[in-house]
Write a protein that binds this ligand. Structure first.
Ligand SMILES: [Zn+2]
Ligand SMILES: [Zn+2]
Length: 343
């Protein structure tokens, strides 16, 4: 069976992006043009607490996903504290015209450019002051799901949450394993180790990567936050519904540069084909991943490795000579027919 099928087209997506509707510096039109020119096919402009649809910018080669980024902080009015942990979630709308605001709270609209469009949006869920605790955050996620959103967990390093808190959230569909806007400031926001712990808890989260660009610097500046991390989505059909369905089914992978051409599985053997990389890893929830390292000055483009018969899950990562990762989601034994799934 294929974990990454060789015959299906992969579409490059930036699933996390800010425009002038909140604290970004580019207009939605500029963002669409710059990402399309760079070879992207999908863009989600996810402004802070500002649902917006940009379907007028979509064309037959480019899909604009509707969504927004929400956050919940310990301060009763949501004030920013550089030392306090918080939670940021990206909401992706199943229906491109869904602009429902989840648990509206005016204190959290500090980054939003206020306009009539915002005031006219439908509000759902409790509007009591937000509470930074598991019960409230799970209520928020549940409300967002009930109202047609897929909910992703953003930049775990940048949010500084305790791992136990992350493990207690219910209903998330994907972990932002790399957030480039955060990564370029700390080189730590590639969170493969956290993703392994999440999978080890049998939490069925996929993973994706995104720029979270605000474009405070031009794209050719060393501090640019565009084009550093993306998600490859592999839909059955290149439509809004096709892309959302692929995301919901985990038919995607995260990358900072390298790409997978194929991953297939036969019996207990995994076959991987990819762009030029220096390292290939298969993580299985044990202390000993399987791996290949390229010899000095050489590259790897494929690997054939034997899976551990007791694998708790299987996920593949590749790392190139520039330190850029690509990561598949975790596949659990029962969904890929591994013997360990029967135990
Ligand atoms: Zn954020
Ligand atoms: Zn953001």
């Amino acid at each position: 069976m294929y974990l990454i099928p060789p015959h299906k087209k992969q579409y490059r997506a930036n699933l996390h992006c800010h425009s002038v509707l909140s604290d970004g510096h580019k207009t939605p039109e500029e963002l669409k043009e710059m990402y399309k020119a760079e070879g992207y096919s999908i863009l989600a402009i996810t402004d802070h607490e500002r649902p917006a649809q940009h379907q007028d910018l979509a064309d037959e080669d480019f899909i604009m996903l509707t969504g927004y980024e929400c956050y919940i902080r310990p301060h009763p009015k949501g004030a920013y504290d550089i030392y306090a942990s918080d939670v940021h979630l990206n909401l992706f709308a199943r229906d491109p015209m869904n602009l429902k605001m989840i648990c509206f709270n005016d204190c959290y609209c500090r980054y939003v450019k206020r306009d009539n469009a915002l005031d006219g949006l439908i509000r759902v869920g409790s509007e009591r002051p937000r509470e930074y605790n598991t019960e409230y955050i799970n209520e928020y996620i549940r409300t967002a799901k009930e109202h047609g959103y897929l909910v992703a967990y953003n930049h775990p390093y940048g949010s500084m949450e305790d791992e136990k808190d992350i493990f207690s959230y219910e209903g998330l569909f994907s972990l932002e394993i790399c957030n480039y806007g955060s990564y370029r400031t700390n080189y730590l926001e590639h969170c493969g180790a956290l993703y392994d712990k999440i999978l080890g808890k049998k939490m069925h989260l996929f993973c994706h990567a995104a720029d979270d660009n605000h474009n405070s610097y031009p794209v050719d500046h060393p501090k640019s936050d565009s084009f550093g991390a993306f998600t490859m989505i592999i839909p059955d059909e290149f439509t809004y519904d096709g892309v959302i369905n692929a995301m919901e089914k985990g038919e995607m992978y995260a990358s900072m540069g390298p790409v997978f051409h194929e991953i297939s599985l036969e019996d207990n053997k995994i076959h991987i084909e990819c762009s030029d990389v220096a390292h290939i890893f298969v993580y299985m929830g044990s202390k000993k991943p399987k791996y290949l390292h390229a010899a000095e000055g050489e590259v790897l483009t494929s690997a054939d490795l034997e899976l551990d018969p007791n694998a708790r899950y299987v996920r593949v990562s590749i790392l190139d000579s520039k330190g850029r990762w690509a990561d598949t989601r975790g596949f659990f034994p029962e969904e890929i027919g591994l013997a360990s799934g029967a135990r």
